[in-house]
Design a binder for this molecule. Structure first.
Ligand code: BES
Ligand code: MN
Ligand code: MN
Length: 462
């Protein structure tokens, strides 16, 4: 009897794949708020069940200090290469709800795209991997061993998984020849790409305390330091007139790119006018001397994510506030060390703060360093071949500005290369209202993953 082809299997089960994905997307697994703790567990259990249903040898939940990890594995033959698929089942909050055309946790398919929070980041991409495994097992064509590590705290700093990795006894379980991650974007459907760099991140909260209580702004105004003013001044002076970050030592270890590497970036298809238009801005703004793609891919950045304090309710309240706050994130590039950056920032703020206020800096998420993919690795070459086969085009190599905090830690702990094979698009509106994922991206993604397993195995020398 002729062997069932993967194409045949997929076309027979296509509708079921999408129905199941919808089920996954209906679970509001928002990791940043305790309110959804129960849904987080439901999402973890769903992933585990689906890995088992795909035919894996085993799948289970691993408890952590935070939300559970889902671990699964299928061993074909110990002498064959092993892929560790990493992804996340948690999603970002969906607010503001009123800007969604359809509710964020009621997935719908429109014009070949599935709309829901997490459709692209990262549930759709995680599901693609589970269905690729199912397809390969059902057609008896799985060429390598596959492990799954799907976490629930990527969007909130990966605390549980970070702690899990700190215990060296856990490394054996995850041992693999490559960590495969689908949580990034392609340049476009017409121009596939592989991500070879991600920025690291530190996420901090600053608290500025002035007087021991809110004061009457008439009785005290002009005589007592206002924490909001001082916080704003400090935040504003974190960039200079060239839009460089002023923290002493911040750029000391920043990787300097060769002209050749900058030329490669300059060849990436990118239209500044389309970019500006898509964002509704008349001009971009960033560090002097660098292009937009360089500012995102190879230069560090600092953004204030929110700032608050004092009175913001209805009407007026004449108050000189006791406290002011800001949340801020810094994106780091290769060789910058997240712990050093936190220290440099904290020291700098304390030297900047006038005596009339106290400044306290709190780390919100465990920091992470930038990710650099080994450009000569055989696993990257296998990934390139897989793209060439499925997309009829050689993928370009890109450096993305976003962060996946655990990737650098997985590379360090397991000592293996990783492949960032993401199938989202910048237009997917991840973290924004109306997030969506293209069905073409889903199915071509599945095919690319399956081709990758094949090339990895044939190129493997044990
Ligand atoms: N999938 C994204 C990271 C990403 C986005 C990489 C776009 C490349 C292109 C991930 O889920 C994410 O949003 N990460 C957070 C991490 C943070 C919350 C610690 C980020 O980058 O802000
Ligand atoms: Mn993600
Ligand atoms: Mn995300």
């Amino acid at each position: 009897m002729a062997m069932l082809t993967t194409e045949r299997y997929i076309s027979t089960h296509k509708h079921r794949f999408l129905d199941e994905l919808k089920h996954f997307l209906r679970i509001p697994s928002i990791s940043t708020s305790k309110e959804y703790a129960e849904d987080m567990r439901k999402a973890a259990a769903f992933v585990k069940e689906k890995i088992l249903e795909a035919g894996a040898d085993q799948a289970r939940l691993i408890e952590t200090v935070g939300y559970p990890l889902v671990y699964g594995e299928t061993v074909v033959d110990k002498d064959l290469p092993t892929v560790l698929v990493y992804g996340h089942y948690d999603v970002q909050p969906a607010e503001p709800y009123e800007l969604w055309n359809t509710p964020p946790f009621e997935p719908v398919i429109k014009e070949d795209k599935i709309y829901a929070r997490g459709a692209s980041d990262d549930k759709g991409q995680v599901y693609m991997h589970i269905k690729a495994l199912e397809t390969l097992l059902a057609t008896q064509q799985l060429p390598c061993n596959v492990k799954f590590l799907i976490e629930g705290e990527e969007e909130s700093g990966s605390q549980g998984l970070t702690q899990f990795l700190q215990d060296k006894e856990n490394h054996a379980l995850l041992q693999a020849d490559v960590v495969l991650v689908s949580d990034t974007t392609l340049i476009s459907l017409a121009q596939p790409s592989l991500t070879i760099g991600l920025r690291g991140i530190v996420y901090l909260e600053v608290e500025v305390t002035g007087p021991n209580r809110d004061l009457h702004s008439g009785a005290y105004g002009g005589a007592v330091g206002n924490p909001i003013h001082l916080l704003c001044q400090m935040m504003a002076s974190l960039h200079d007139e060239h839009r460089r970050i002023t923290i002493p030592g911040f750029y000391d270890r920043v990787e300097i790119l060769s002209q050749q590497e900058r030329d490669v970036i300059a060849q990436t298809p990118f239209s500044l006018s389309e970019y500006q238009e898509s964002l509704g801005i008349a001009a971009v703004l960033g560090e002097q001397g660098y292009s937009t793609l360089e500012r995102i891919g190879i230069r560090p950045s600092l953004d204030i994510n929110g700032i608050w304090g004092g009175y913001t309710g209805e009407g007026g309240k004449t108050v000189l506030p006791s406290k002011a706050y800001a949340k801020l994130s810094m994106r780091l590039v290769p060789h910058q060390d997240s712990a050093t950056i936190v220290q440099q920032f904290t020291d700098y703020l304390s030297t900047m703060a006038p005596e009339s206020v106290k400044v306290n800096v709190k780390v919100v998420h465990a920091g992470s360093n930038a990710v650099v993919i080994n450009k000569d690795s055989v696993v990257l070459q296998a990934a390139e071949k897989a793209f060439e086969e499925v997309w009829d085009q050689r993928p370009l190599r890109t450096r993305d500005g976003g962060s996946i905090p655990i990737v650098s830690k997985l590379q360090e702990s397991l000592g293996c290369d990783s492949v960032l094979m993401g199938f989202g698009l910048d237009s997917d509106a991840v973290h924004s209202p109306n997030e969506h994922f293209g069905l073409t991206n889903f199915f071509k993604g599945m095919e690319t993953v399956m081709a990758f397993y094949q090339y990895l195995t044939t190129s493997h020398v044990s």
